[in-house]
Design a protein around this ligand. Sequence first.
Ligand code: FHN
Length: 601
Amino acid sequence: MIKKPTLLLAAASFCLSGLMLQTIPAQTINPILPVMEAPAQHDARMEWWRDARFGMFIHWGLYSEAAGYWNGKPASGAGEWIMNDEKIPLSQYTKLVPEFDPEKFNAADWAKIAKNAGMKYIVITTKHHEGFGMWPSKLTDWCIKSTPFKRDPLKELAAACQKEGIKLCFYYSIMDWHHPDYAPRKSWNDIHTNTPDFDAYDAYMKGQLKELLTNYGSIGVLWFDGHWENTWTYERGVDLYNFLRELQPGLIINNRVSTVQDLLPGQIRPGDYLTPEQTIPPNGYGPGVDWETCMTMNDTWGYKRQDHNWKSTETLIRNLVDIASKGGNYLLNVGPTDEGLIPGDSIERLKEMGDWMKVNGAAIYDTTASPFAKQLTWGRCTTKVSGDTTTLYLHVFNWPANGKLLVPGLKNKIVSVSLLASGKTLAAENREDGVAISVPATAPDKISSTIVLQITGAPEIVALPILQQADGSITLPASEAQLHGSTFKYESGGPLDDIGFWTDAKDWADWEFKVKTPGKFEVIAVIAAPASGSFDLVVGDSKLRCASPVTANYLDFQPVKLGVIEIPASGVVTLAVRPAQDAWQPMNLKSIQLKPVATNP
Ligand code: FHN
């Protein structure tokens, strides 16, 4: 049964993932709230993780032995889901146990690869959904001790991480496709016939987690997963969170310890940080919210021989920069093979990321999010504050051809400007439209070059209004849009300078601009879309229903006339693009232009 945990603090203030620091009077506290701590305690516990910014995710299990194939046929889904996707009867899946003997496993190699990549922590799957323990658990034979591999890889990895100064963290799946007491039981679990007793399973999990938190030294993060089935309740999540925090008070626990079910009034979701997966939130989650994007390097978490869809090193480095610029951590996955080797394609990319981090790591580690409300067209920005000096690390993806890099709207006094790679001082000046930096003709790094801009005081940034041009026209670029939503994003670099990944019809964008000469305007949008969808163009009280064009692909941008809108008066105007909920098709939007309609003399 669930034990009512003792609360570490009688009441008042505590912090949880996704929530600002808050004070709640004792009388409203739910008796099984997560363990509470004072903000200073929370910050101290999260400090190493916030500074780390970059970690390695390792998906390694019995599924790695299958390597994406079953009975000679390639599996459809992710490598670690093969039992589920191929509906493999559990009685047959067990044949992997005597085959699992990763003789080439070398924890020291893994730790060195992570360290040389610039990664500060490793999260390894101790037990994925298949329920198979990657350590010699005393609570089950469904673990590594039943294989020919008579070693403890977690013990070896703990020693290697200790040696390399890397924080070891454990992934643990609540969902368990093997345990007789886990429910709901899968149809292809043809071994167990008993009626599951979830309380017994809950106790089993706690027993295993106690093994993991007792026998492998100080663990940085308990990374829960498999929390989405309805047997995992709010109460069980809070109870487990409190159990672990009492077992190891300094432990960090992700938000997937908690059920995905809606909360009741007064309930507070436990968990210390948010875990968006395979996606980078367009604007982060705002100040005071800790989050980490986990992402595969190809398309699978667990090893699949046939998955060669590797992301480029450019994509991986720019993801890291993008995430850090929004105040998040990047947990990048490797899926070691049945032999215990990290795939060569992963090693190659991690080496190149490490080369970049050796030069630019200071602009990632221990930084906070960009102070700019909108996406910078040339790249990203991360921040460090020291006393009265703020350091802005300008991560330049698109090196200016005209020799000038504009930091839009920045008004602060310039202390110094230099290239991080060489220390070379750059000339810079305050201008009406921001800080203009004179840059050399060639970018120090073709993927992302870092300029170090030191300013006095906290950043003072004025929004540069979009102004009506002398010819009466108004141009609304994607880079100036305010994005409202969680999936789409501004993407820049090469042919990209658009709002992309607009797959969610609830996401919408708007622009604010100044009009001197009101009247009727023809609307011309520049769009790339493989299918036509509907959306509304909303300006004040007027709404124009539009249809996006069909173009060859998401990079084939075409101008399209959407119709005429009226702006009846001068002043500040907002124009919004809102997908039609029932007829939306994803599109990439580069810009919208308003051209005055000639009125009859
Ligand atoms: O189902 C798992 C999946 O196999 C993988 O472990 C990812 C990593 O975050 N988590 C779940 C899917 O959200």
